[in-house]
Design a protein around this ligand. Structure first.
Ligand code: GDP
Ligand code: MG
Length: 168
């Protein structure tokens, strides 16, 4: 039986919780200051979708997103994308559109989920729900709201992407 392996890239401004999300999903942990392990390009987790084993390889950036210098190697061969912004960071929300274009440029049209992270901080929100819904509609993507800290909806993001990829 063929095993399906999917390369998933996680994009979005620095500080939105990308590394934390990978760490949470693959290792089940959450820390206040997650530092990328030197020499590790991605973490992986295997799940079952519709009776098929799917190996998800979640690629992290080493913080280069700050310098707009994510390399082509990061995007190469990516089959799915998580585009994240933070509930408490307006700039990260406004940047979502350009992240989408960047991924499209490097990878073409691949299944993408927009993630609004840090919903545990909803009382400090700088993005209203309607705006987030509109953004997702404009980009033609599903929107999922997550809290990596409280482990809300994180697994749903990757289940959704895996299912989308298998359906293609
Ligand atoms: P990255 O730069 O996108 O990789 O973001 P990080 O994963 O390094 O996270 C940046 C900060 O946000 C860290 O202090 C995390 O602990 C914190 N963080 C990540 N996810 C959440 C969340 O869902 N809720 C809260 N309150 N903090 C979070
Ligand atoms: Mg990071």
């Amino acid at each position: 039986e063929l095993e399906v392996a999917l390369k998933v890239v996680i994009v979005g401004n620095g500080g939105v919780g990308k590394s934390s999300m990978i760490q949470r999903y693959c290792n089940g942990t959450f820390t206040k200051d997650y530092k990328k392990t030197i020499g590790v390009d991605f973490l992986e987790r295997q799940i079952e979708v519709d009776g098929e084993e799917v190996r998800l390889m979640l690629w992290d950036t080493a913080g280069q997103e700050e310098f707009d210098a994510i390399t082509k190697a990061y995007y190469r061969g990516a089959q799915a994308c998580v585009l994240a912004f933070s509930t408490t960071d307006r700039d990260s929300f406004e940047a979502a559109h350009s992240w989408k274009l960047k991924v499209e440029n490097e990878c073409g049209e691949i299944p993408t989920v927009i993630v609004q992270n840090k919903i545990d901080l909803m009382e400090q929100s700088v993005v209203n729900p309607e705006e987030a819904d509109l953004l997702a509609r404009a980009l033609g993507c599903r929107l999922l709201r997550t809290s990596v800290k409280e482990d809300v909806n994180v697994a749903a993001v990757f289940r959704h992407l895996a299912a989308r990829c298998l359906a293609e």
